[in-house]
Write a protein that binds this ligand. Structure first.
Ligand code: URA
Length: 243
C-alpha cells in the first residue's frame, strides 16, 4: 500500500473513531523522499513506584487456560457464564489491558467484543494494528455483577494470571486502557489524565506501559478521543524507537 493510500485509510479509521481529521501543512510527505514526517507527541519519562512483585512460575498456555476456565479464587466465579482469559497473538508486540469482561464478553468468552471493543478495534486499526495481531486481556477474567468495578481482592486473585500472560508474551509495549487497568498494573492511584503522556514500566521489567482512556469512557466523552489518539501515537513511537 502506497503512503497516500495508507494516510487515506488512517483518515477513514479516525473518522470511524469519531475524530475529525485534517492535514497539517508540515505533515505532507517530503516532496523528494516521499517520507512521512514523524508525529511529535510530548512525553515525559517517569519512574513508577511499582514495588517488587513476587516471583512467578511460568506455565504454558494450556495450563493457564485450564486454570482460568475452572478458577474459583474469588466470588466472581459464582455469577459468570464463563471466564475470559484473553484473545490474540501469543507473540504480540502490543498487549492491550482493560478492566474486566462485560455482559457481551461474559457471553462470548472474548474480551472487548461489545461497543467499547468495536471502538478499540477502530483505534488500533488507526495505527495499522489488526485485532488479531495484538493480545487483548483484562485485569480480571470474570465479569463483575452489574458491571461494577472489580474489588481489590478480585484483582489480586487474578493478578498471577496476568503476570503469567505478560511473562509468556513478553510484549514490547503495554497499552493500559482506563483507571482500573492503570491502577492495578502500576500500583498507583493517580488519575488517568495525570498518567497520560508518560512512560511507565511494568513491575520489575523494562516493558513500557502507556496509559490511556477506556474506550467505554470515550464512547461517553467523544471529545476525549483525540487524546486517546495522541496516546496511541506515543505508544507507537516508543515501540518503533525501542525506548
Ligand atoms: N471493558 C473492559 O475493560 N474489558 C472488556 O473486555 C470489555 C469491556
Amino acid at each position: 500500500m502506497g503512503q497516500t493510500e495508507q494516510q487515506l485509510k488512517r483518515h477513514q479509521y479516525l473518522e470511524a473513531m469519531g475524530i475529525q481529521t485534517w492535514q497539517l501543512r508540515q505533515s505532507q510527505p517530503h516532496p523528494e523522499t516521499g517520507q512521512e514526517p514523524v508525529v511529535e507527541v510530548g512525553t515525559q519519562v517517569v519512574e513508577a513506584d511499582v514495588g517488587i512483585p513476587s516471583p512467578i512460575s511460568l506455565p504454558d498456555w494450556a495450563t493457564i487456560e485450564a486454570e482460568v476456565k475452572s478458577c474459583t479464587r474469588c466470588e466472581l466465579h459464582q455469577q459468570r457464564t464463563q471466564s475470559v482469559l484473553g484473545v490474540g497473538n501469543h507473540n504480540a508486540d502490543w498487549m492491550i489491558i482493560g478492566e474486566a469482561p462485560g455482559a457481551d464478553e461474559d457471553r462470548q468468552g472474548e474480551p472487548f467484543v461489545g461497543r467499547a471493543g468495536k471502538l478499540l478495534d477502530q483505534m488500533l486499526l488507526a495505527i495499522g494494528l489488526k485485532r488479531q495481531s495484538v493480545y487483548i486481556t483484562n485485569i480480571v477474567k470474570c465479569r463483575p455483577p452489574n458491571n461494577r468495578d472489580p474489588k481489590p481482592v478480585e484483582a489480586a486473585s487474578c493478578e498471577g494470571y496476568l503476570k503469567q500472560q505478560i511473562e509468556l508474551i513478553q510484549p514490547k509495549i503495554i497499552f493500559a486502557v482506563g483507571r482500573i487497568a492503570a491502577h492495578n498494573l502500576l500500583k498507583t492511584d493517580q488519575r488517568v489524565g495525570a498518567m497520560r503522556g508518560k512512560r511507565f514500566e511494568y513491575a520489575d521489567t523494562d516493558i513500557p506501559v502507556i496509559v490511556s482512556y477506556h474506550p467505554a469512557y470515550l464512547l461517553r466523552s467523544p471529545g476525549e478521543k483525540r487524546k486517546a489518539w495522541d496516546d496511541l501515537l506515543l505508544a507507537r513511537r516508543l515501540m518503533s524507537e525501542n525506548i
